[in-house]
Design a protein around this ligand. Structure first.
Ligand code: FO1
Length: 310
């Protein structure tokens, strides 16, 4: 069994490779819900959906989110009423949100709803939200706090970042199955997601960090930073704002308490010594998932690093 801590787009690419390397039934994905947002009265869980669509073979891989071939007729109609349309919900994606919201209102938990949605889509891996409680990532900027999607999509991650908050995390409990998956897994992978806004919220749930720390030698983080830049998105900007170097060493330091192993890009081999000084074992591989074959190669390497005794 392998557990994977996962955000959205970067994690979904990695999972695409992983599905070719291990049987889906042996995978438990623990997804970030700090990015969740309510719009039009609907509960939207972008990272869970990105992972679910990938697991179901439905993901729009060009965009990295939403459903392939989706249309935006409803969104266009919403715009005609003068309502904001900066968050692009596709028509078929909307069906997921209508059903999720209905089931949540009928009293099912997010864990139960996610399992039911996945079952109807024929997903064989297990997908768990990090928590059933409301935890929302906020980005503090000089002109006030923005909810994650406002910062990321509406403001295109341009505002200066002062601090990050995982609102609600101190009262949140890990979703049923999360601690058990971490405890029972042969190995735990931290996907090449944004450490601060995709994985940070998962680590902020009381009990999760401790459960990982206990299995530290069985936890492998895959760096989302190559050289001194994020492979994509605002990971570099957010790491800097949180006081971490934007480098493979910065990632190793961020995860040092929970991950005893890290996979860094082959071009960053010179960082290995410095990383090993912070007591993290470093492995190298080509990290860029430029196509399906590259994602499979990376997944195979990550699984091998979990098994490696040296
Ligand atoms: N990302 C965008 O950049 N623009 C969008 O309009 C957008 C809409 C959207 C709708 C549903 C969904 O599941 C994801 C969506 N995303 C969009 C992606 C999302 O903002 C991010 O991928 C994650 O929250 C970061 O991991």
């Amino acid at each position: 069994m392998i557990a994977v801590l996962a955000g959205g787009t970067g994690a979904a690419k990695f999972v695409r490779g992983l599905l070719e390397v291990v049987p889906p039934e042996t995978l438990t994905l623990i997804g970030n819900t700090g990015d969740d947002v309510e719009l039009w009265g609907l509960h939207i869980s972008p990272d869970l959906d990105t992972l679910m669509y990938q697991l179901a073979g439905l993901l729009n891989e060009e965009r990295g989110w939403g459903i392939q071939g989706d249309t935006f007729t409803c969104l266009t109609a919403i715009g005609r009423y003068g309502e904001p349309t900066w968050f692009q919900l596709g028509d078929r994606d909307l069906a997921t949100h209508l059903v999720r919201t209905k089931w949540l209102r009928q009293g099912s938990s997010l864990t139960e709803v996610t399992a039911m949605l996945c079952a109807r889509l024929g997903v064989r891996a297990r997908l768990l939200p990090m928590t059933d409680d409301p935890v929302r990532t906020h980005i503090r900027t000089p002109s006030g706090a923005l909810a994650f999607q406002e910062f990321f999509v509406r403001e295109r991650w341009m505002p200066e970042v002062v601090a990050i908050e995982y609102r609600g995390s101190e009262r949140a409990r890990p979703a049923p199955g999360v601690l058990e998956a971490i405890g029972a897994a042969h190995g735990i992978l931290i996907a090449p997601s944004n450490p601060i806004t995709s994985i940070g919220p998962i680590l902020s749930i009381p009990g999760v960090r401790e459960a990982l720390a206990e299995r530290r030698d069985r936890v492998l983080a895959i760096s989302p930073i190559i050289g001194t830049e994020a492979v994509s998105g605002p990971a570099g900007k957010l790491m800097r704002a949180c006081g971490y170097d934007v480098s493979p060493l910065g990632v190793a330091r961020y995860y040092a308490g929970v991950a005893g192993r890290i996979l860094i890009d082959e071009q960053d081999a010179d960082w290995r010594e410095a990383i090993e000084r912070v007591d993290v074992r470093a492995f190298t591989a080509p990290l860029r998932m430029t196509d399906r074959a590259a994602a499979i190669r990376l997944a195979r390497m990550a699984v091998a690093c979990l098994h490696s005794e040296t």
